[in-house]
Design a protein around this ligand. Sequence first.
Ligand code: NAG
Ligand code: NAG
Ligand code: NAG
Length: 354
Amino acid sequence: MAKLGALILLGASLAFLGQTFVAIRERFITSREVEPVEPQNCHLIEKLENGSEDIDILPTGLAFISSGLKYPGLPNFAPDEPGKIFLMNLNEQSSKAQALKISDRFDKELFNPHGISTFIDKDGTVYLYVVNHPHMESTVEIFKFEEHQRSLIHLKTVKHELLKSVNDIVVVGPEQFYATRDHYLDNFFLSLLEMILDLRWTYVVFYSPREVKVVAKGFNSANGITASLDQKYIYVADIAAKNIHIMEKHENWNLTQLKVIQLDTFMDNLNVDPSTGDILGGCHPNAMKLLNYNPKDPPGSEVLRIQNVLSDKPTVSTIYANNGSVLQGTSVAAVYHGKILIGTVFHKALYCVL
Ligand SMILES: *[C@@H]1O[C@H](CO)[C@@H](O)[C@H](O)[C@H]1NC(C)=O
Ligand SMILES: *[C@@H]1O[C@H](CO)[C@@H](O)[C@H](O)[C@H]1NC(C)=O
Ligand SMILES: *[C@@H]1O[C@H](CO)[C@@H](O)[C@H](O)[C@H]1NC(C)=O
């Protein structure tokens, strides 16, 4: 009997491994050829060579760019350099990126910026919220932006037990934001397995100083998050499930799911086109090449635009695609007055006229 039990267990384990292997193949290895799509006037941005993971553009045309992310399993070309926030003024003809100064009482050496989101209060003061991973933990740093000094004044560090493994945030009010948790297990290999096995343990958290709660669950790997122009909807990219969730936001900050738009690529960070409300997503067409980096066969880049998001038939189109010869591992895109900034997890950044 014991032998039979062992045999059944072995059979079950092999079946499980077989299934896992099929799941891995389907999700990560099957890679698509990337057909190039390039707007006419594009150039790489000087000084942004080692990552531009997230980008947020103010209505005035000032763009914030987070650079230098160190994240388990992903490449980083300058591992000894602390992360930085860059600023670009998209109204200028030859727009240059410049690293912002950060006020003293903040540990700049440990700065490891990930998702960012801006907030403008009633008086017009601009705040930048940054997901930070000092020692691979997760905090949300709140900075006040001083335009004349080109600096960020650190105001506050937000930490909470529900804010673990935070990937991205979207600020919806003073000290009020939604955050995505991209994996549940702390160990990198276990978190990868969590993704591959499609465990759907990750979630979206609402944070305010008075209340912190989980407002949406069941994501395989909740990643980019942003709000619609009218702030009535929240969009969440589930990167490993290759889809984007359209959520309705309620008075008590709860979210309910309206629909899921299925894609054929790993969508990372999201922004909304301020003139149309379309969603722009930076995407990874070949996830395996990103996780297993080889400069001779690099991961490609893709930017998708989703039009008529709330209609019955949203349309998805590719506005930028490259096989990695120009841009590797695109994580974000943002537009302003016919110009687009395209950022990457660890590589360069591109500026194009659409
Ligand atoms: C990016 O990293 C490489 C390798 O560490 C370094 O040589 C280069 O100067 C960095 N580029 C910038 C713009 O910081
Ligand atoms: C909304 O969130 C609260 C917790 O803040 C919870 O008690 C309630 O059941 C939720 N409502 C809905 C409709 O999901
Ligand atoms: C990428 O595309 C360029 C042309 O757009 C081509 O020259 C190059 O060989 C391609 N690289 C790979 C790795 O496929």
